[in-house]
Every structure is written in C-alpha cells, then in structure tokens.
Design a protein around this ligand. Structure first.
Ligand code: OAD
Length: 275
C-alpha cells in the first residue's frame, strides 16, 4: 500500500523515531558546487569541459598517474588553481555535521578533495576521503613522504613539479589519480560500514568512478537509499516494485533544508552552517 512507497517524508519519520542510527553518506563534487567549486562532469560548467588550455589527449588525463609522470605541467597548473583554502563549507556540509553531532553518522565517504567536511566540523574519524586530500604529499616514484609545504610552494609559487630529494622522481599531493589505488582507510572500513549501515544517503555525485560508484550496491538489500542530486544517476529504482529508493531532484542544499525542516532540525542546521 501507500505506506510502503518510499518517500522523503517517511524517511524523515524514520529518522525522527530513531529507526536510522547508522547512516552512511556518500558525497561527490555536487555538494561543493554552492561553495564555488565546479564539479567534474556537468556539461559546460564542469572541470572536464574547461581544460582546453592544457591540450590534453582527454580531460581525465590531468589526473592520470602515467600521464603525470611524463607530462606534469597540466596538473601543476591546475593544482595551483584548485589548491584548497579559498572556499567555505555549504549547507550540505553543515547537514553532515548535524548528523555527526547527533551520533547518527556512521561515515561520510567523500570523493571530494577540498577538505570541506572537516572544515565544516565533521569529526575526522567520521569522514573517509576516498580520493585523498591536499594535506600530505609523496613521491610518485619511490613513494617517500614529501613535505607538503615544499610541494605546495613548488606548485603554487614556482609553477614547477616538486622533485623528490631521495630519488629525483616527481611528487604530488596525496590525491588519488586514475591508475592509483584508494587509501587504506577506504579498504579498511568500507565492508564493515556497508554491513552496519541502516540508511544510505547519496549526495551530489554522478556515480561514474569506481570503486566508490559501487557503494550503493554494497549496502544490504533492506537499507533505504536516498539520492539528493540534480540528475537521476546510479540506476535508482523507479519501477513499480521499488521498495527502498528515494530520489530528490534539485540542488542538494535545498533538499537538505527541506529535510531538516521536516525533522525540526532547521535551527541546528543554521547553527552548524554559521559556526
Ligand atoms: P561529477 O561532476 O561526476 O558529478 C557531480 C554530480 O553532482 C552530477 O550528477 C551533478 O548533476 C550533481 N550536482 C552538481 N551540482 C549539484 C548541486 N548543487 N546539488 C545537487 N547535485 C548537484 O562529480 P563526482 O561524482 O564527485 O576523481 O566525480 C567523481 C570523481 O570523478 C571525482 O572524485 C574525481 C573525478 O574524476 C578523481 O579525480 C580521482
């Protein structure tokens, strides 16, 4: 009957009644668009449509490990433009903090490398940065750690790839390139977290890059899955047999505000956003 049709309203009811306590939130570039950071794949505005000046064989080459070793300058130029530090968290980041403060956030798996989750006040242990971050760096050849101050100075101030003092290889911040494995912290937690999750919320991602794109398949069949995104992605069930998938289309900040309104969390959301 109608009660079984999943909707944002009955998920809000479940949250209110304490039915969901171990929420996994999977986020992507869409959650930082309102902060002024373009996403990757939105036609026109996405980063991959705006790399002409780098003369790449294909857009994702800028984040390809083999390409970088042969031709580091496109990433060096791009990195100096996208290096974190100039942007503030969004309402959606504030929502993550509210869930975390309430003890409801089992984990935020983020594909983003902007570090805005932790800046928003989400506890470090609550966030897994699946594609790494700009806080540490290492050599792409011998893998020795390199000083992030040296690496950022080389890239931002000098505009040249950072050279490893141990082996002469080139360094880069610890963001995950195509051709590289995800950090251990991803592998060490993903199976347990997906097994324990009682709700999955997916926000602002095209679900185009593996293995993160498979997280919605890893949670148990009984776990409701909510997608807050501008477009319908990831094969969310829209058939007559759908019993657990909810798609809320539009800007995620608007959807988060609406959901928090239903939960009577608007004041907490506002406080988290302004803090
Ligand atoms: P994408 O650019 O592929 O997808 C962003 C998604 O967010 C799209 O579906 C947009 O429609 C949606 N979106 C944009 N703005 C939004 C908003 N304000 N509210 C709601 N939805 C919005 O970005 P990701 O899925 O994060 O990896 O990309 C995954 C990975 O591909 C990145 O981590 C990066 C990239 O290559 C690496 O570089 C390793």
């Amino acid at each position: 009957g109608e009660d079984n049709v999943p909707s944002i309203e009955n998920l809000a009811e479940g949250l209110k009644s304490g039915k969901y306590k171990r929420i996994v939130v999977l986020t992507g570039a869409g959650v930082s668009v309102a902060a002024g950071i373009p996403d990757f794949r939105t036609p026109g505005t996405g980063l991959y449509d705006n790399l002409e000046k780098y003369n790449l064989p294909h857009p994702t080459a800028v984040f390809d490990i083999d390409f970088y070793k042969k031709n580091p300058s496109p990433f060096v130029m791009l990195a100096s433009e996208i290096w974190p530090g100039r942007h503030l968290p969004t309402l959606t980041h504030a929502f993550l903090k509210v869930l975390d403060d309430k003890g409801l956030l089992l984990r935020n798996y983020t594909q983003n490398i902007d570090g805005l989750e932790v800046i928003a006040g989400v506890k470090e242990e609550s966030v897994i940065e699946c594609h790494g971050h700009f806080r540490t760096a290492r050599c792409t050849s011998c893998k020795s750690p390199m000083s992030i101050d040296f690496v950022s100075k080389s890239i931002i101030e000098d505009g040249v790839p950072p050279i490893c003092s141990k082996c002469g290889g080139i360094g880069k911040p610890d963001i995950v390139f195509f051709g590289e494995d995800l950090p251990n912290v991803f592998h060490n937690n993903i199976n347990r977290d997906c097994r324990q999750a009682d709700l999955l919320i997916v926000i602002g991602t095209s679900l185009a890059v593996q293995p993160v794109a498979s997280i919605p398949e890893f949670v148990s069949d009984s776990v409701p899955r909510v997608l807050l995104n501008r477009e319908h992605v990831g094969g969310w069930d829209r058939s007559d047999y759908n019993y657990r998938d909810v798609f809320v289309s539009g800007n995620c900040d608007d959807s988060v505000e609406k959901l928090c309104g239903m939960l009577e969390w608007s004041d907490e959301l506002k406080a988290a956003y302004e803090s």
